[in-house]
Design a protein around this ligand. Structure first.
Ligand code: GLU
Length: 480
């Protein structure tokens, strides 16, 4: 299996939707392997399904890959020596391979009607037999086949699967996976419309692009014998195969919308740090060792080994993802975090005026420990950006409590009398006030928080006052 071929791997998405978490993990493993081995990471667009493809989907896949920090050496927008990299532009390669296959006899024309195929399938299933095509047209001689095609009869091209051949796939994750050619149907390589099928183009492109390792989801293992037989028919070296485990939801079933977002773009929109998602995806079926959980792309690249990929299903643990996100957010500098938060602040409609940059850094630093996602910030800190505050239920209750209004009046009076704003050593200032007025700290702090922010959470009260400034603090405390 190992040889001295240059390492060339590919990620081959179909632009029919957004980049799925499973696809992103596949891309990430390919990328990490290429970077570790000094090889090439190729992005190939499998856009043969014209009806389901869209430019919008392609753009979204490329953006999601970039957002995760996965760059490609060959493919759309960057080119390369093995292009074109979109299958829609490679039809000539496919039709010349089809002609070659017919000439060499590893493809044959099948004129059976869809009705016959359907009936055959039903009969075989009813008899509890393998519902494979019965190879009826495989027996046609070349002359008859050509004549029928020339007369305009509709046909598909089928792959002529050898009769008695072992197909042993030395998979880097799953070990030896054995198939026998009798398990493989004479599958359709080119449809009657002239449209080639996935297995046909995939094997051709992997060969043409000199792919050394096919790293992809386990769900494709069923396709591998067909693709291996294609390589053999073409007389080409088979690539190595690496089938990575399925990603399962926390319910142990295939990951789906039920248990969380499945599109990478949703995580971007919701304010997950891309490095955190990258880190988390790296752990879906791979580990550096038994204890390292937090690591970045450099560490992943240096530690990446195909032999460290697990064969059992990887659980998409959303709590772990949340924990990793928090870790990244806390480890960030306030400057870098502010940079990341700005789009979310703008999206919430909040303005940061010129000259307020320093202030914003302080606000961000105050909330750094409290936010789990970038998108948490605008809501939590909204009271600092908005002219008036919306008072939540708990805060409203604190404001209705006996003596709350009197407390607030007293605080205003004391703050006005202080030469510093907020008073220095705010904690001891308020503590001594609580003792002097014989009012518990809670009864003192709650109405203040309620008036300043409309909620009882948030940073320490002294910090809140400092962030809001004297004028606004006094105005809010006096508001009725
Ligand atoms: N276009 C296929 C997919 O999106 C690629 C499968 C493969 O990697 O061979 O699943």
């Amino acid at each position: 299996m190992s040889d001295s071929r240059p390492i060339r791997v590919r990620f081959a998405p179909s632009p029919t939707g957004n980049l799925h978490i499973g696809g992103a993990r596949t891309a990430l493993f390919n990328w990490a392997f290429a970077r570790k081995m000094g090889g090439s990471f190729i992005l190939r667009i499998e856009d043969t399904d014209r009806e389901r493809n869209s430019q919008e989907s392609l753009d979204s896949i490329l953006n999601s890959l970039r957002w995760l920090g996965l760059d490609w050496d060959e493919g759309p927008e960057v080119g390369g020596d093995f292009g074109p990299y979109s299958q829609s532009e490679r039809s000539e390669c496919y039709s010349s391979a089809a002609t070659k296959g017919l000439e060499e006899g590893w493809l044959y024309r099948c004129f059976c009607s869809p009705e016959r195929i359907q009936k055959l399938k039903e009969e075989k299933l009813a008899a509890k037999e393998n519902p494979h095509y019965d190879r009826c047209c495989r027996a046609l001689c070349r002359e008859e086949s050509s004549l029928r095609s020339e007369s305009g009869e509709s046909f598909v091209l089928r792959f002529s699967v050898p009769d008695d051949e072992e197909i042993i796939i030395a998979d880097h994750v799953r070990g030896e996976v054995k198939f026998h050619s009798s398990q493989v149907e004479d599958w359709v390589a080119v449809r009657s419309t002239g449209m080639p099928t996935y297995n046909f183009v995939c094997a051709l492109d992997d060969a043409a692009m000199e792919i050394s390792h096919v790293i992809r989801g386990e769900e494709h293992l069923v396709n591998t014998p067909k693709q291996v037989l294609m390589s053999r028919a073409l007389g080409l070296q088979e690539p190595d195969f690496v089938h990575v485990p399925l990603i399962l939801g926390q319910d142990g079933k295939k990951l789906s919308k039920r248990t969380g977002d499945t599109a990478v773009g949703d995580y971007k929109e919701k304010g997950y740090p891309p490095e955190a998602l990258f880190n988390f995806l790296s752990l879906l079926g791979f580990s550096i060792d038994d204890e390292t959980t937090i690591f970045g792309s450099e560490k992943l690249v240096s530690a990446f080994e195909l032999s460290r990929i697990n064969s059992s299903g990887a659980i998409f643990d959303t709590d772990k993802l949340a924990w990793i996100c928090g870790d990244y957010i806390r480890a960030c500098s306030a400057e870098a975090l502010t940079e990341r938060l700005l789009p979310f602040i703008k999206r919430a409609g909040f303005q940061v005026e010129e000259g307020e940059e320093e202030w914003l850094l302080r606000v961000v630093a105050s909330y750094q420990e409290r936010i789990g996602l970038y998108s948490d910030f605008p809501e939590m800190a909204s009271w600092l950006f908005e002219g008036s505050v919306e008072v939540d239920k708990k805060a409203a209750k604190a404001l209705r409590a006996d003596g709350a209004a009197a407390v607030l009046m007293e605080i205003v009076k004391r703050l006005e009398a202080e030469s510093n704003f907020p008073p220095q050593e705010f904690d001891s200032w308020i503590k001594s006030l609580s003792e002097e007025l014989e009012i518990g700290m809670g009864n003192l702090m709650k109405p203040i928080r309620a008036r300043l922010a409309g909620t009882l959470g948030g940073p320490p009260v002294g910090e809140m006052m400092a962030l809001l400034g004297k004028e606004k603090t006094l105005a809010r405390l006096q508001a009725t």
